[in-house]
Design a binder for this molecule. Structure first.
Ligand code: ZN
Length: 242
C-alpha cells in the first residue's frame, strides 16, 4: 500500500494540465518545496476543490509515486484573501513567488525560510500601506530571505578590509557581500555607490524593525538605489545558486 504523507504548506504557483488536472508548487513545513499533482481538481465534482489554492496555506496529504506526488486530500487553513483585492499586494506576492521559484530547490527544508514566508504573507495580507510601502515590503522580504539563505550582507564595516565605514563613501559589492569602503572600491572596482539612507534602510530590514521602517520617508533617489542594488544582488545570487 502506498505511504501517505501529511504536511502544511503555502501554495505559490499552479499550472493547469490536461484532463482538468493541475500541478501546484507548495512550500511546505516538512518537505521544503514540492510539486504536487492534483488529479481532476478542476472537475466540478472534485473533492479536492476548495482545499488548495494559490495564496493559501493548506493542510495536505499526498502519496509519493514513482514520478510524482499525488494529492489525496487538502484542507484550506488560511486564505490571504485581502491580497487579491489590492493590486500592489498582488505585485509583491508575484515577485516573492518568483524568488521562491528561483531559489528554493525541491525538497530542501528550512524552518526559518518557512516562517519568514508565512509571517511575511500574514503581514502583507493584513496591512494597509501607501504604494511605496508595498514596494519596500518586497525589498524587506528579499534581504531577509537572502540572509536566511546564507548571504546576509555586511552593513557595519567594510566587507573587504573590515575597517569602519565613512557615511559619505559607501559602495555595495555583490562579490564581497556587502558594503565596502572607498579605498577598497578604488582597488577592487565592481561596486555600486550608495548613500547612508540606503544603508539605514537595509539595517532596519535586517533588524525586522517593521514599525520604524513604515514611518520612513524614503527619497526617490534612495529608493532607486535600493532597487538597483537589491535587483543586482538577486541576479548575482541566482547566478551562484543556480
Ligand atoms: Zn575596505
Amino acid at each position: 500500500m502506498a505511504t501517505h504523507y501529511t504536511t502544511q504548506g503555502f501554495v505559490f504557483k499552479k499550472k493547469d494540465r490536461a484532463d482538468a488536472d493541475r500541478i501546484f508548487s507548495v512550500f511546505t513545513n516538512d518537505f521544503g518545496r514540492i510539486e504536487i499533482f492534483a488529479k481532476s481538481i478542476r472537475a466540478i465534482a472534485s473533492k479536492l476543490k476548495g482545499g488548495i489554492e494559490v495564496f493559501c496555506v493548506s493542510d495536505i496529504e499526498f502519496i509519493q509515486g514513482k514520478n510524482h506526488k499525488t494529492l489525496t486530500s487538502a484542507l484550506l487553513t488560511e486564505k490571504f484573501s485581502n491580497m487579491v483585492t489590492v493590486p500592489e499586494k498582488m505585485e509583491v506576492f508575484a515577485k516573492v513567488a518568483c524568488l521562491l521559484d528561483d531559489f528554493i530547490k525541491e525538497q530542501e527544508t528550512d524552518q526559518n525560510v518557512y516562517n519568514l514566508v508565512i509571517n511575511f504573507f500574514k503581514t502583507l495580507n493584513a496591512c494597509l500601506l501607501p504604494t511605496s510601502g508595498y514596494r519596500l515590503m518586497y525589498y524587506y522580504f528579499f534581504w531577509n530571505f537572502a540572509s536566511i539563505m546564507g548571504y546576509k550582507p555586511e552593513l557595519f564595516k567594510c566587507a573587504h578590509c573590515s575597517l569602519g565605514l565613512d557615511s559619505a563613501n559607501l559602495y555595495f559589492s555583490n562579490k564581497e557581500g556587502g558594503i565596502i569602503c572607498k579605498s577598497c572600491f578604488l582597488k577592487l572596482g565592481n561596486a555600486k555607490e550608495i548613500n547612508a539612507d540606503v544603508v539605514k534602510i537595509l539595517r532596519l530590514f535586517l533588524k525586522n524593525d517593521w514599525q520604524t521602517m513604515l514611518k520612513l520617508k524614503i527619497q526617490s533617489a534612495s529608493y532607486k538605489l535600493l532597487q538597483e542594488i537589491s535587483d543586482n544582488y538577486g541576479n548575482y545570487l541566482s547566478g551562484i545558486l543556480a
